[in-house]
Design a protein around this ligand. Sequence first.
Ligand SMILES: [Zn+2]
Length: 436
Amino acid sequence: MLEIIPIGGYGEVGRNCTAVKHGDDIILLDMGYHVPRYIECTEEEGETLRKVTVKALREAEAIPDDRILGDLRHDVKAIVLSHAHLDHIGAVPYLANRYRCPIVATPYCCAVLERILRDEKIKLHNQIVRLNVNSAIRFGGMKIEFINTVHSTPQTAMIAVHTDDGVILYTNDFKFDNFPTLGKRTNYDALRRLKGKIKALIGDALYAGTEQKTPSESVVREMLKDLEFDVAEKQGIVATTFSSHIARLKSLMKFGFDLGRRVVFLGRSLFRYCVAAQEIGLVDFREVKIVRYADKIKKEIKRIGKKKEKYFLVVTGNQGEPKSVLRRMAEDKLKYGFSDEDCIIFSCRTIPTELNRKQRKELENELKLKGIQYFKDVHVSGHGAKEDLRELLTMTVPELVLPSHADKENSKALSELCDEVGIKSRIVQNGEWIKI
Ligand SMILES: [Zn+2]
């Protein structure tokens, strides 16, 4: 018998964690934190995070409540991570030590995780096992297959858990991008091979309610090419995006070089994700100066502020976070000296939480006061929308779909899509125990 235990990330966006049980074998899929709740708990103090206890994080619902497994945690054979985003790996430093088993992830995800552990001075006894996309590994009676897909961070895998009683397919997070700017398109053949074998599909429902197919990342590359003409005569050009979006950062690097400028990335998280990509030979950022520490960033910005026209900066702060580089530049705490001859490119979208909206508004007001031109939404999402999901369902034809990674509304939208294509679905909550 197959059992699925949704531990985190159902009916909410964040702290993803799902257990799959078959006989005496259990696999944990992802171990993330809930980003806004986690930030609330830890509140950055300068460079370092305030230390918080696992208990406090659990109470704040910032990490998955894995106590539901009880003594069965000794049967967990592996913690398998789908990709390097913090809502999928962020709780590993807090929870993985509770399990006597390895952590399995793609090389990029491992490199990011190891950097986090090093930065936060956390030691885990778990072995970290690198598994490339489009390959598989066995644990007891289970085979774990990583199916390459496309998302807003490199080497993202859909995870197929193969057992004698059928397959569980975990698709958090994915989009069907046929022209990705980094890595290969989704391995459709591998998905088609699973047709008729899937007992349950755990679906990325984040944009199930959005009636479109998510555009390709190559669209943003073209948007940036177009912008080159608009901004060429500007003095200062500054961009901001998600630090883990290596494909986007690669396009931004090219944008800067096309404009004949020196390219500088500023911020701790940019450093972390870019150096991890560099380490495993994914993207060559050697021509980019990447500055990590606050005091060095301060000096660098002051220096660049005197000859802005020679530089293109990519900085942290796309959500308007108060302590980010961009926000401090806008508030003149960092002496870049923004003026009406400068421009800013927001290669992102505002993640729709009340706090983010407020912070972005504050930042934009600051920029308006200074007369800075800004270009918003130079961006496409890393998550598939309704038509990506329809394709996924018709390609794999699972017996049951469990919507996840979404609020109630979008979970319901995926459920309705399942009705449309004639596939059963069930909206489940964290802490339920589903027997299949
Ligand atoms: Zn993600």
